[in-house]
Structures are given as structure tokens and as C-alpha cells.
Design a protein around this ligand. Structure first.
Ligand SMILES: [Zn+2]
Length: 245
């Protein structure tokens, strides 16, 4: 780790659980607790059903996503960049906490989008999610797009600008990730079960190049046996100490 100066890091929900954001896939995750919430990640359901959108906004309003703060793991990765040792940070999280911790947008790819942005399903216009939630809090249960098209209000349904089930990760982002992976000297996977196809591809690419692979996670992943090292335990403790902070 100390010798590496072009590190690619992949982070998942496990990095943000200590910030109070539920791990959607873990045993205690939101999907495990509320099977109905899985529906909200299916874009066709979200699009077609006003009732589902209303429930999504209400749960967003009461969730910790808007008020969460970065933790020691986010700050450790930001420090890696300050020391000019971070090639790229790829995150599966939509909570924006890497940016909040000081990671610069140029070094960060939010593979699954960002909850801070809301998008119209009809015209694509984007709004700050905070603005939309203010409308919800003021009693507008299913806020609609206010964009004027040909003199008429668009009126399309709104949803978070995140990658939903059935949608694809941005192709340009994936291409850039592979470019940096082709020169990196360490792949550091933190708080992710590495079960999602896109990140599985990144890990396989690093293995193909025989780049050292370090997995920092609280529970086993499907790549533990292929990893150079596996660090188990509380991520907010283990990651900073692994990085020597
Ligand atoms: Zn619109």
C-alpha cells in the first residue's frame, strides 16, 4: 500500500453505513427490512406509478441521506488524493459523501449517479433534489417538472438522477475507469460485496493485469480467494489504519 501511487479505489454501501445510510443489499439493508422498497429501484415501476413516486419522496424526506456526514473512511480516501496517490475513486454510492469529504469531482466517478440531483423522466431537465424535497415538504406529494416546452409546462414525473434497476451505467464513465485501471498499481475495494456486474469487470481487469487487489469489507466477498489481502472489520477503523493514517 505504501509503495502504491496510482491507486484505484472502488467503494460501496459499506463505506457509508457508519454515516447512517442503510446498506441496501446487506442483511440489515432497506430491501431486507422493506421488500416493497425494492420496487422503487425499478425505473418502469417508478415511472408508471404516481403512488410509488410519492412513497419514494416521503422516504427520502425522512431518510438520513440529506443530513449524513462523511466518516473516517471517506476522509482517508480524500487524503489519499491530497497525497497524489489516488488515480480514481469509483463509487457505487449515490450519497455524495466522497465529495463532501473533499474528494475532487475530477477523481471521482459516481457509477450509480447522485441523489443530490433529480431529473424529469419526460424532458430530462435536472433539479437540485433539495428543491424538490422542499416542494414535497410543503405538501406537493408528486412534484412535476415545471420546464416550459412550446409554451406549455412539461409536467413530467420526477425521480432521483440515479441508475435504477433496468438502466445502464454511463458508458463514458466505464471507459474512463478501464483507462485508469490499465495503469494503476493497486486496486482497493472498500465496503462493497463486488456483486454488481460493472465492478466485477473492474476487478477481473485488475486481476488480468496482476495488479495487487486488497479487499476491505466487513463480510466475505466473491473475490476474497483471489485477493492479495483481505482486511475484515469495521471499515472506519481498518481503512485509515491500512492507509497509515
Ligand atoms: Zn420535464
Amino acid at each position: 500500500v505504501r509503495a502504491a501511487d496510482n491507486i484505484v479505489a472502488i467503494t460501496g454501501a459499506g463505506v457509508s453505513t457508519a454515516s447512517g445510510i442503510p446498506d441496501y443489499r446487506g442483511p440489515e439493508g432497506q430491501w431486507a427490512l422493506d421488500p416493497k422498497s425494492e420496487l422503487e429501484s425499478d425505473v418502469s415501476v417508478l415511472l408508471g406509478t404516481a403512488g410509488v413516486r410519492e412513497r419514494t419522496w416521503q422516504s427520502m424526506l425522512s431518510s438520513g441521506v440529506r443530513t449524513a456526514s462523511p466518516n473516517a473512511a471517506h476522509y482517508a480516501l480524500a487524503r489519499l488524493e491530497q497525497e497524489h496517490r489516488l488515480g480514481l475513486l469509483l463509487t457505487q454510492n449515490v450519497d455524495g459523501l466522497h465529495l463532501a469529504a473533499g474528494t475532487s469531482p475530477e477523481r471521482l466517478i459516481e457509477l450509480h449517479g447522485a441523489a443530490r440531483t433529480t431529473r424529469c423522466f419526460r424532458c430530462g431537465r435536472e433539479y437540485p433534489t433539495g428543491e424538490v424535497l422542499e416542494r414535497v415538504a410543503a405538501g406537493d406529494d408528486d412534484p412535476r417538472c415545471a420546464m416550459r416546452l412550446d409554451g406549455r409546462e412539461c409536467g413530467g414525473g420526477l425521480g432521483l438522477a440515479v441508475v435504477h434497476f433496468g438502466e445502464y451505467v454511463n458508458v463514458a464513465d466505464v471507459r474512463r475507469a478501464y483507462e485508469v485501471l490499465s495503469t494503476c498499481d493497486l486496486l482497493l475495494c472498500v465496503g462493497t460485496s463486488l456483486a454488481v456486474n460493472t465492478v466485477t469487470g473492474f476487478v477481473l481487469e485488475a486481476m488480468r493485469r496482476r495488479v495487487p487487489l486488497i479487499i476491505v469489507n466487513e463480510s466475505p466477498t466473491s473475490f476474497d480467494e483471489s485477493a492479495t489481502a483481505v482486511v475484515r472489520g469495521n471499515i472506519t477503523d481498518t481503512l485509515p489504519s491500512l492507509l497509515g493514517y
